[in-house]
Design a protein around this ligand. Sequence first.
Ligand code: ZN
Length: 449
Amino acid sequence: MKKVLHIGIDDTDSLKGSCTTHLATVIINEIANQVDFLDFPNLIRLNPNIPYKTRGNGAVAIRVDGEEKDLENARELVIRKVKEMAKLDDENTNPGIAFLSDEITSAVKEFSKRALWDIISIPEAEKFNSFANIDLVKFGNGRGIIGALGSIGNPLNDDFTYEHLTYRSPEKYGTKRLIDRDSIIAADKATPLTFSNVDYDYNSIMITPRGADPVFTGIRGETAEEVMKAWCIIKPLEEITMRMIFRTNQHTNQHFVKEFKINELKPHLSIITQGKVSKNPYYIEGSHLIFPIKDNTGEIDCAAYEPTKKFRGELNNLIIGDEVTVFGGVRPPAEKHPLTINIERLRVDILEKTFSYENPFCDECSARLKSAGKNKGYKCHKCSAVYRNKKPIEKLVPRKLALQEYLPPIIAHRHLTRPRSREKRDNSNKQKSKEDVNKILNLLFSSSK
Ligand SMILES: [Zn+2]
């Protein structure tokens, strides 16, 4: 009788050139002839604001079924590959693997949901597992078990996207990625269900990462077919060793779960908070924009940093009294700044009215009056009439902001940021049948296009 196995893997990457998706792709290729896949591998991005992660905080869940003996072989292969390929000599690389052969309980789902926005310690994850009783394998300090549990517990039942990843030949790691730029533009134009391939405002290609990792390209989109179609149009100018399609919570805003009062904000949380702008925005050294917001519990600085480009200029139009909802990460205080919200997106809820004042007109000759001096009323320069009690004319000044959400340009988006192009999605993406998944995965194994 066939059994199900969920395999969660996290924290195998390091800045020195490894990547959890790459390792997962190697594993998937190797176990493909022993098991069937229940889904595309899931790439689950967790709280992007936790401190230990220099990169995207992404974990992978592989969901398979097969005969018990084959699943046992798969389990051993996963452990062996993590040992072989993870940068275990790097003290910041502490892999964890989770194997779950039962149903994903609501407790595991809850744990997973919390890992999207909160900070979970290793002892907490271990305590959780003393009840959940999931088969965990740890390396180093074992921090990876948090993401491993977090990934298996997130079956992506709500909004999700796809990413088609390709990988480079190892001798190319750390070198410039060679790719035909025009073909990327052509692919972008031909596939409306892909997104964020290019930031045209900043003339920037977004599908090629910059780091020393094995990823050559990542194409994001709404369907598996569409990301494959885009890749078919793109012309790589170097060898591609493997490719894989991940189903993922990237670009869904899934980490914005919980609303906080200002006095509840703690470093490294991903948060939603509402407040009133309590001081007009101002720029600080480095061209970062800062403004504080206030609610009935406290006040906190919000920051739009230099890399968010024109986002800063938009938010600079906020004024005291505007009511906003801020979505972002909490940055711990340091010598040069207090506890601060790093703004990832901002919704304007209520705009304060602002007025300009002009001198009134003369009742006798209709000329514009002049001030007669401080608190002395107005006088007419044409007919010399004097008005003690006239009031200035009040005019409503149009605001440059609207009641809507503002977010940084694509070049400054993080993995979980939902781009504007996805805002109108109705979340009607349907998961593919097991048969379709295995058909597509077989195609990915057999050809690089
Ligand atoms: Zn007059």
